[in-house]
Design a protein around this ligand. Structure first.
Ligand SMILES: Cc1cc2nc3c(=O)[nH]c(=O)nc-3n(C[C@H](O)[C@H](O)[C@H](O)COP(=O)(O)O)c2cc1C
Length: 236
């Protein structure tokens, strides 16, 4: 099983440990090969808002070198894991900066068919509040990249660091990791047989209608034409 793990922090703290427990559990079900990134080290830039990725191609992004290595790992993976501690009731700024750079591969722009049978996992931890909001931010990107199924793990750890997490919480996190890993292993194994998410089918129909009606970026339209999606070819 190929993993792309993108951590929204450089700390091996509660979030990373919660993710790593799942990764260790996955090894019970399959051979695990992991490509791992820590933000902001792996991609230290903010989106410049230049629209180059949308209009001229993602290779024209001023930060394409850093973005490409992460995007390539995402495209190669069976399981894409996005992790973030909760900062100000949402994901960390460095994670959001990466997600901004990957909007070109949203369903509304140039979704890559390689994404359509992938599984996603979001892992967030907080001292107390903000899990729902932060998870939703991560889930949104995975869904809009077109992945088939997304698992969500979120823990209120009541601590500033992993060593400070009460043992009772740690054992709850460990049990959750065992259950989640089992479900993920099954989903990855049967990914091509899982039902297509309604949201994705709905988005495809909507984008096709919008592209025919409105002035859309030429680069995006060429992508959809090249895939045959504007001529009735089914994407999945
Ligand atoms: C800058 C910053 C902002 C934070 N914002 C919140 C917050 O809004 N709500 C909350 O309950 N905890 C907040 N926390 C606490 C962390 O979410 C929590 O300790 C988390 O488990 C840390 O994860 P880590 O050990 O992986 O770094 C914040 C921590 C930092 C450093």
């Amino acid at each position: 099983m190929k993993l792309a793990v993108i951590n929204g922090s450089t700390r091996r703290g509660s979030t990373w440990n919660s993710m790593d427990l799942i990764r260790q559990e996955l090894k019970k079900y399959a051979e695990v090969e992991s490509k791992e990134f820590f933000l902001p080290d792996a991609m230290p830039h903010f989106c410049a808002g230049c629209f180059s990725c949308f209009f001229n191609g993602e290779d024209k992004c001023p930060h394409s070198e850093a973005v490409r290595s992460i995007a390539d790992a995402i495209l190669e993976a069976d399981l894409i894991i996005l992790t973030s501690p909760v900062y100000a009731l949402d994901v960390s700024g460095q994670m959001k900066a990466l997600l901004d750079h990957l909007c070109y591969m949203w369903l509304s722009h140039r979704p890559d068919p390689k994404m359509f049978n992938k599984i996603g996992l979001t892992v967030t931890t907080t001292a107390g509040a903000g899990l729902r909001h932060a998870s939703k931010t991560l889930r949104n990107s995975l869904k809009f990249w077109g992945v088939k199924k997304v698992f969500t793990v979120k823990h209120a750890v009541a601590a500033a660091k992993w060593s400070g997490v009460p043992e009772k919480n740690k054992s709850r996190i460990k049990k959750n990791a065992e259950k989640t890993a089992k479900k993920i292993a099954q989903a990855v194994k049967n990914a091509d047989r899982l039902p297509n998410p309604l949201f994705r089918s709905f988005m495809f129909g909507m984008v096709i209608r919008a592209m025919k009606k409105y002035d859309w970026g030429e680069r995006d339209i060429s992508h959809w034409k090249a895939q045959g999606w504007l001529d009735g070819k089914k994407p999945f």
